[in-house]
Ligand binder design. Structure first.
Ligand SMILES: [Zn+2]
Length: 121
């Protein structure tokens, strides 16, 4: 799968993340979904910074509501991201679920609703 190869290549260029709780280098496992790094109840994929379960859950929820905004519509994903960034007052390069902490990710469903409401006016 070309997409997975791309992520795998990117991951290899990053150093293995350090655990923000204990400072140790995270343990790395190869899984069929890619590299999984973990330590102290925190984990991440493809050598991104380790985050806790709440952050993963908030990001998943953010992804789900965001994808529902543009999927199956004529809206492009990149345009949807631009609108989301504007709505959340984030720089476009900061407006990616994988970079969001739990608090920021929790704001995504609210922002998506605001974008939808405006579209329906
Ligand atoms: Zn740790």
């Amino acid at each position: 799968m070309a997409k997975n190869n791309h992520y795998a290549q990117e991951a290899k260029r990053r150093p293995i993340p350090k655990c923000p709780k204990c400072g140790n280098k995270a343990v790395e496992r190869e899984t069929r979904y890619g590299k999984r790094n973990m330590c102290c109840d925190l984990w991440s994929w493809d050598r991104h910074p380790l985050v806790d379960a709440e952050t993963h859950a908030a990001r998943n929820e953010a992804h789900k509501t965001f994808d529902a905004l543009w999927r199956g519509t004529s809206m492009k994903r990149s345009d949807a991201y631009r609108m989301l960034a504007e709505e959340m007052n984030l720089a476009p390069e900061q407006c990616h679920m994988k970079l969001m902490d739990a608090d920021t990710a929790h704001r995504v469903p609210v922002a998506v609703q605001a974008i939808k409401d405006r579209a329906n006016d």
